[in-house]
Design a protein around this ligand. Structure first.
Ligand SMILES: [Zn+2]
Length: 455
């Protein structure tokens, strides 16, 4: 280690890594303030987060809004559960210094307000009731614990590779729809560090949506209109499915259901499980017929196929055969697939501008894993169990430390995530911010000219 004395971090390393651990070459897994202090000092991409949250307003363009970044709310959850809301910063250095000093266990990002959120009381006292959110990314929060009735491998906050495809489905369906149907381009997906994913839609048009418009977009994704107690949670009745619904089904849901979840979750392997699916068939004679067969464990004598696939084939055959004319029965297969796969959104998060959402690159206190971005184009390759943990990163930093103490994230397995964030998300976003700023500036100039001519 060099003796740079970077906020006392180098001295601290000696405490964190005992000689025993160094010899073994492993830092114990875990999450604590000492680990986190090092992470914020050496690895957290402060500058990139600042660049993102500035949306080009930190540059030199004459049309920039110099107060923009300073009106953004950050909130910190500290070690002792102290919750600091309405933090605001005027520069990259202020943000970075505050994070390093306070060492928050969690950083949340809120909206951009009409005035500096840290000074909101002063404005309220001045009598102008102007403190209100004016911009906010359109966000989505998908949590695996909302899928507990359709997964059998884990429950609650636990996830594994058998149930993670549910998140992959959510990313694919939502990402494609936001791009194709809403025309958004700057979309960031982030692993929440434990049991789900977050989505940040950052196009200017998305950031300026009001609550009503956000609610309308959230509603667009809502397929679950049935009541919670009904086994048929999805109703796709009607002559034709909405193009968005049928496209999601054909491109994503059906494939993942049949190739991943059916066997991965063993959805038809036991009586308790197949009964849940049979209860969704609105014709008792058909469900009774299948139930009888499955209880007797009937299967084609030569078949070595997985029992779940055999039974799903039987169900589809009987519901979709030429004899079944009722559309409600044909549609039932699709309803089952939707029930077991369709994204379950926390609508409240999406609908309200002032909802806080955890910042990317935070570390989850329970898992010690970094909230890294997920590439939606390759989201099926994302493995939550191999996301770098705080201890692993510090170990890598330690190894690199002997040759280059200031390597930062570049020498660690976080490099891939930060590079992806920069090249695939941040650079194209800032480019479009510049274009938007340029056209705003030109429009203003033209308007100015028109005004002066009309005199
Ligand atoms: Zn699982």
């Amino acid at each position: 280690m060099t003796d740079k004395g970077n906020n006392g971090v180098d001295e601290m390393q000696v405490d964190v890594y005992t000689h025993e651990q160094r010899k073994k070459g492993s830092i114990p897994e875990g999450f604590n303030a000492d680990y986190l202090k090092l992470y914020y000092a050496k690895l957290f991409p402060h500058v990139e987060i600042f660049k993102w949250m500035s949306y080009g307003n930190d540059g030199k363009h004459p049309a920039r809004d110099t107060s923009y970044f300073g009106r953004r709310e950050f909130s910190f959850t500290l070690d002792n559960d102290v919750y600091l809301r309405f933090q605001s910063f005027n520069s990259a250095a202020e943000l970075e210094n505050s994070i390093k000093e306070k060492c928050p266990f969690k950083i949340d990002i809120g909206p951009v307000y009409s005035v500096d959120p840290a000074k909101r009381h002063a404005y309220a006292q001045a009598g102008d009731n102007v403190f209100k959110p004016v911009e906010r990314e359109l966000v989505f929060d998908i949590d695996m614990s909302d899928y507990d009735d359709v997964r059998y491998c884990c429950s609650g906050a636990d996830v594994c590779l058998s149930c993670w495809p549910l998140m992959t489905i959510a990313i694919k369906v939502i990402d494609f729809t936001l791009r194709e149907d809403f025309g958004f381009n700057h979309i960031l997906w982030v692993y929440s560090g434990r049991r789900g994913v977050h989505c940040w839609v950052c196009d200017g048009r998305a950031r300026r949506l009001n609550n009503e418009q956000r609610a309308a977009i959230a509603d667009y994704f809502r397929v679950y209109k049935g009541n919670e107690n009904s086994h048929r949670k999805v109703s796709l009745a009607g002559p034709a499915m909405h193009p968005f619904i049928s496209r999601s089904y054909a491109d994503v849901l059906k494939l993942f259901f049949e190739e991943k979840l059916l066997c991965g979750q063993e959805l038809l392997s036991t009586e308790e499980r197949f009964q849940m699916i049979l209860d969704m068939i609105p014709d008792e004679s058909i469900s009774g017929q299948l139930q009888e067969r499955w209880k007797a464990s009937w299967r084609p004598s030569m078949s070595k196929e997985d029992i779940n696939i055999v039974r799903w084939g039987q169900l589809k055959h009987i519901l979709q055969s030429g004899k079944q004319k009722a559309p409600v029965l044909r549609r039932c297969v699709e309803e089952i697939v939707f029930t077991y796969t369709y994204p379950r959104l926390d609508m409240e998060v999406t609908k309200h501008m002032n909802h806080l959402l955890k910042a990317p690159f935070c570390v989850h206190p329970k898992t010690g894993r970094v909230c890294v971005p997920i590439d939606p184009e390759h989201c099926e390759d994302f493995d939550p169990t191999s996301v770098p943990s705080l201890a692993e990163l510090l170990e890598e930093l330690n190894m690199a430390g002997s040759s280059n103490a200031d390597s930062g994230w570049e020498g660690t397995s976080l490099a891939k995530s930060v590079s992806f964030f920069k090249s695939s998300f941040l650079q194209p976003l800032l480019k479009s911010c510049k274009v938007e700023m340029e056209s705003k500036y030109n429009d203003a100039k033209i308007q100015e000219m028109k005004n002066s001519m009309s005199w």
